[in-house]
Design a binder for this molecule. Sequence first.
Ligand code: FMN
Length: 186
Amino acid sequence: MKIIALLGSPRPKGNSTRLAQAFLEACEERGAAVERYHLNKMSYQGCQACMGCKTKAEACILEDDMTPVYEAIRTADVVVFASPVYFGDLSGQLRLALDRFYAYLTPDFASRLPTGKQWVVFLTQGNPDETQFADIFSRYEFFMKWLGFGPNHLVRGCGLGAPEDITNHPHLLQQAAALAKTVLGR
Ligand SMILES: Cc1cc2nc3c(=O)[nH]c(=O)nc-3n(C[C@H](O)[C@H](O)[C@H](O)COP(=O)(O)O)c2cc1C
């Protein structure tokens, strides 16, 4: 099993990253190969709407730190997205990366990706009210299904401000680790 993780927080030991790491480490213990991409440390642009992926090539023609990510995701069995909630949405770091997924669509807007990949989302927010920002996942789910992604799992952490706040919520870290068995099926 190959797992690719896009970690969208600028805080390397923040809540969303720690939650994702609990899952990823449990996956590694079960034999999965994990590649982590700390987006904030990478140099890449958002989609430039150049249409190069529709008119010149069957892939993104930009060359930056997203280039290896495209192939990594194409060959992955599971893709993990982790992000803090910023202004009611994903972090800008993850948003830019997701805009680049436009290159996975053909000129007819069919997916170039193998279908059915599992995907897992870890979202953390400062607001303790879980009814707030509950729409984020479903908005992106629409596009992920369009891209051919399959079964998904969402873990949300609410009321998390300081980077280490997640450590006061061991049940969430346990939930993330337990998800490894569900996703890997072993
Ligand atoms: C720029 C910025 C915008 C934020 N916007 C929201 C928001 O809209 N709703 C919310 O509940 N928390 C918001 N927060 C708080 C973060 O979502 C919260 O602290 C989260 O757990 C941080 O995750 P991290 O530790 O993985 O970076 C914001 C924080 C920052 C820095």
